[in-house]
Write a protein that binds this ligand. Sequence first.
Ligand code: ARG
Length: 295
Amino acid sequence: PSTTSDRLSTTCDPQGLTPMRTARLRRYLMCRPTYFDVVYSINPWMDPRKPVDTSLAVAQWERLREVYLELGHTVELIDPVAGLPDMVFAANGATVVDGRALVARFRDAERVDEAPAYRNWLHTHGFSDPRTAELVNEGEGDYLLVGKWLLAGTGFRSDPRSHGEAQEFFGRPVISLTLVDPNYYHLDTALTVLDEDTIAYYPPAFSPGSLAVLERLFPDAVIATDDDAAVFGLNATSDGRNVVLPHNATGLAEQLRGRGFNPIGVDLSELLKAGGSVKCCTLELRSGDQENQNS
Ligand code: ARG
């Protein structure tokens, strides 16, 4: 169970109009973009003809890591592998809930070798028997834990049948959501989990039925605008109070502030050239001893 010692203090709006938000310290896994580049295209954001400044990508990524450390979170590092330019997107490596890891199976040949690297890291860092998914499953890119549920994306990357595999593995109810806009090809590009019962999302990224599911489950969700979605504003992480998001998602930051969250903007423009931002760079390692895994 979480104890008071791992909770950060929160401030309350003087008039008490917005709810008090409490942060819980997180354990994240990140991969320095030493070999980052855009040399192939597996999503509409990637244009191999556009130059990439790898040292700027590293500097931007270092800033993201610093922000997490300043918030008190733990950041573990996995060694980058030469020839795997997308390995910086650690969220795709696995899904880790209750101390159990379901390792990704990538759709694209260019990324398949990342899975054994992530599996090996998890295996040597306290996750006794990480299971590699049988069906295409791109980790936390498409699997987001909110309260008791795992929201699961499909349509572009993860195989819809992988949702059943994940439900069986984790023993948590999986809510299947279909993505329809190729610009928002992973669930974490169109939806962000703010706390155990609050999400933000971009409605046009979802099929009509999936949208109805989201409206039914999260009637109080934060709805992102076209402009905020287009700068990957929803590719954010939250500790329950502090929301780290792309700096130019200013409208979303304002909405979050109005809900009592503390938005923290970071500039990951180089990584966006590969179709990734804050959340893509961050895999959450949830141990088995947390009573609630994301409040
Ligand atoms: N270039 C990578 C790909 O297309 C970006 C992955 C972004 N990761 C994410 N969690 N959305 O696979």
